[in-house]
Design a protein around this ligand. Sequence first.
Ligand SMILES: NC(=O)c1ccc[n+]([C@@H]2O[C@H](COP(=O)([O-])OP(=O)(O)OC[C@H]3O[C@@H](n4cnc5c(N)ncnc54)[C@H](O)[C@@H]3O)[C@@H](O)[C@H]2O)c1
Length: 376
Amino acid sequence: MSNQKRIGVIGSGYVGLVTGACLAKVGHQVMIADVDNSKIQKLNSSECPIYEPGLEEILWKHAWKGNLKFTSDMEALVTLNDILFICVGTPSGEDGSTDLSYVISVAETIGKYMNVDKIVIDKSTVPVGTGDLVGKTINSKLLERGVEHSFHVVSNPEFLKEGTAVKDLMEGERIVIGLNKDRVDSDDVLKNILEMYEPFPGKKIVMGLREAEITKYAANAFLMVKLTFMNEIARLCDATQANVMEVIEGIGSDSRIGEKFLLPGPGSLSGSCFPGYYKAILPDSTKITLEELYLRVSNGEKINIKSTDHLITKDEEKEILEVSKRTVEELIEFTLSDGRIIRCTEDHLFPIIRNNSMILKKAKDIKGDDLFVSSL
Ligand SMILES: NC(=O)c1ccc[n+]([C@@H]2O[C@H](COP(=O)([O-])OP(=O)(O)OC[C@H]3O[C@@H](n4cnc5c(N)ncnc54)[C@H](O)[C@@H]3O)[C@@H](O)[C@H]2O)c1
């Protein structure tokens, strides 16, 4: 393989589309495939199924240049490319376990069509041991076909955030590459992956396959611990009339702790408890009732809505992570100074400005002279 790689990306969601686009941007020959034909049709008509700043510009530029293609032909994707990325969803089941059926189905497809040696890179977030399972699945398909091809399964977890995905991928702090270092082909596999990622400035961290799979879960878990911890401190501040923002600055300035991922958010402190007929704003500025939002998110659809960060410094898009619904007897009603009426449950938290700093207050505790951030 030369420095310009032939790369097949399976799954055209956030991770697959952005990964494929960024790899095409640095000069590789990329094909992106999806079982959802409507997504591929959209992409082939220059319609992007998701919104990510900077993404469309790269997609259409490289589709036009000819080094980025979209297809539903899995056989072509597997046979024409040397490096295959698995970027399909891994949703959580009700018991918290990971649904690996999409990953396994991709491994079967690879085994079904593999014609020469391949590098198979898993970018989906998967529990430890999945790389081995992918390897076994590919092998059993090869066995069924009575053919022998060598392949190496690599774990390359993704750390991008929706909303800044292109930037995160192009300029990410680190690129974790996990592979089975005991295998004789591992030096060659690693060389190819390092060549592929050469234009990306992030620190390349090479480790074992299982270590890379654990790294992704450990990183996610650590960030959640930080956030959850800070939400508890925010509750304490709320109960003791202390300003949580000052506490954040106080602890975040300690380099051992760091200021990132310490900001508590009303959304994660409590659910938004508004009536179902209230509307949220979608990224394309159309509106959707909370009732419909609830139905669609409960059906597994990923939906981003327009939001503001809790410091109200900038507008951004946020993915709905969880939805819940409950029946209440009574709703509280406020009339804002501009005449707008807000209805919500009495435990709904609102950011309120007091003495130039923000605190969170339950709707039932809000007084007449409290200043809503939305009225600033
Ligand atoms: N979205 C993120 O911010 C993010 C960040 C880091 C890691 N991840 C992880 O990356 C993985 C992908 O996430 P995503 O957000 O891109 O998911 P997604 O749901 O947006 O996209 C997955 C895509 O895979 C396609 N697909 C499913 N089965 C397929 C198959 N057999 N063959 C071809 N295509 C198939 C689906 O049609 C869909 O378009 C998940 O494991 C996720 O946890 C996501």
